[in-house]
Design a protein around this ligand. Structure first.
Ligand code: ZN
Length: 357
């Protein structure tokens, strides 16, 4: 027989707490990693409703979760060519895909309206997003941040999205859709792993320059981050570019080639070469030449060279370069431009950081 004095505990309920404490608990939960927020949102309807903004604030979409992320929107998960032919069907505003949206806006649409950051991990993720944007034009608009994975960025660059005179593919249509319908303040581009040799380019320089020119001209992002850059440093077109380099490959300083103020064997040479290409004599002409090389003379809507931002206004930061961050920056820059005087004032616009952010 159990002792009669056993206290009976009612289960603890969040709603028993004063409202200000409930709010604190939920704020704390919202800030947890997304897996935890996900689990918490499944505990009950009230939590689900309260955590929805946090749950949808940042979306990471890939081929395995895209059906769950866009569940309830009635998407058909079309390939890029299929989506392109659907959009050219007759429809309101020339967008045939909008005719596939249900008459009642699905509740999921309201949830996705909380999204401010999207990370597209692969091509199928970008295709699903493009279909959602076409089916529900209301989803288009500004984002705080958009991330392209390395595989997606490689696909977009190679698609011929911005280089005319090459066969146009469904991939080009996908890129054009993202460009036309999203407007990220920060663009994060994950770079494909470097090739074995220093001289090998990952990308055709003309294709790469033109795609970046389109993204910068159309979106005018406040910042572009290039993540995981090894040997193939990208052209800098945005107002503020951060290049996150791969960590120093070897500790050896490259004093023999680059002198006393030189950084490690990899970063010292690469960054110098990159800075000269950005700011040295003829830099702007070289950039415009690359853009011109893929130009379509019959297309009035082609990239306007005047609209391509000049490095003269750019700020460039190199991250993950402890070897350069430890140096006297001004001495490094003086050495870099000793025989290649910069074409514009670079004072205070180039910086080196040891840690990645
Ligand atoms: Zn280094």
């Amino acid at each position: 027989m159990p002792p009669a004095s056993t206290p009976h505990h009612a289960p603890f309920r969040l709603l028993d707490l004063p409202p200000e404490l409930q709010a604190e608990v939920l704020a704390h939960v919202s800030a947890l990693p997304s897996a935890n927020v996900n689990a918490a949102a499944r505990t009950c309807q009230a939590w689900n409703a309260r955590l929805t903004p946090a749950l949808y604030a940042a979306l990471e979409v890939d081929r395995t979760n895209r059906r769950a992320v866009f569940a309830g929107l009635g998407l058909d998960f079309l390939s890029a060519p299929e989506l392109e032919s659907r959009t050219t069907e007759a429809g309101p505003g020339g967008n045939g895909a909008a005719a596939y949206a249900p008459h009642q806006p699905p509740p999921k649409l309201g949830k996705l309206a909380h999204t401010t950051r999207i990370s597209l991990r692969d091509v199928p993720a970008a295709q699903a997003l493009a279909e959602a944007l076409f089916t529900y034009p209301a989803l288009s608009g500004a984002l705080d941040e958009l991330t392209f994975s390395a595989s997606l960025f490689r696909y977009l660059v190679r698609s011929g999205m911005a280089a005319f005179g090459r066969p146009r593919s469904g991939a080009a249509f996908l890129g054009e859709t993202l460009v036309a319908r999203l407007r990220p303040k920060v663009l994060r581009i994950e770079y494909p792993p470097p090739q074995g040799t220093l001289a090998a380019n990952i990308f055709d320089p003309v294709l790469l320059t033109r795609v970046l020119a389109v993204l910068v001209a159309e979106w005018a992002p406040a910042r572009i981050d290039f993540i995981g850059v090894g040997t193939d440093l990208p052209p800098v077109l945005g107002a503020h570019t951060r290049v996150f380099c791969l960590p120093c490959a070897g500790r050896k300083r490259n004093e023999r080639v680059w002198g006393e103020n030189a950084g490690c064997a990899t970063h010292g040479g690469l960054v110098r070469w990159h800075l000269r290409r950005l700011f040295g004599p003829g830099a702007r002409e070289d950039l415009l030449e690359a853009i011109d090389e893929g130009a379509d003379p019959t297309d009035d809507g082609d990239i306007q060279p005047d609209g391509v931002p000049s490095a003269a206004d750019a700020r460039v930061e190199y991250w993950n370069v402890p070897c350069l961050a430890a140096l006297d920056r001004d001495a490094f820059l003086d050495d870099t431009f000793k025989s290649w005087p910069p074409e514009c004032d670079i004072e205070g616009r180039i910086d080196f950081f040891a840690e990645g952010a």
